[in-house]
Design a protein around this ligand. Structure first.
Ligand SMILES: [Cu+2]
Length: 137
């Protein structure tokens, strides 16, 4: 029993050293992470409109969408659908009251093509296209 405990401690120390090793090569490691599928975009809602009507992301990427609502007292969100019919949800960000920002995370569709995004509160005026490009191209 004592021997098992000691073995566990040794394993934990070894894990810690492995982690420290990864952190020591911080810069190349961060570059690798960026190249292997994470993608960051920023979108702002201001005066009842999105500042961009096309967002481009690589297929299958883990997307970080920083959403800024600059409209005081007006809730907005970002929701992504297969088409403008908004029948099939790909991602639905929670509503945020202005003026606040949020970081949404979602996985981009794996199939390249054009998808639809909108604010669910203002579905006829706040709309855009999510352009999903072939990964690595
Ligand atoms: Cu809105």
């Amino acid at each position: 029993m004592k021997g098992e405990l000691r073995l566990g401690m040794v394993r934990r120390v070894r894990m810690g050293m492995a982690l420290a090793g990864l952190l020591a090569v911080g810069i190349p490691w961060a570059g690798l992470a960026a190249g292997s599928g994470t993608f960051a975009v920023t979108l702002t809602a201001r005066n009842m409109a999105f500042d961009q009507t096309t967002l481009t992301v690589p297929a299958g990427a883990a997307v970080t969408l920083h959403f800024v609502n600059s409209d005081s007292g007006i809730p907005h969100n970002v929701a992504i659908y297969e088409t403008s019919a908004a029948a099939t949800v790909i991602f639905q960000g929670k509503l945020i009251p202005g003026r606040q920002s949020i970081t949404y995370t979602f996985t981009a569709p794996t199939r390249p093509g054009t998808y639809f995004f909108r604010c669910d509160v203002h579905p006829s005026t706040m709309t855009g296209v999510l352009d999903v490009t072939a990964a690595g191209g």
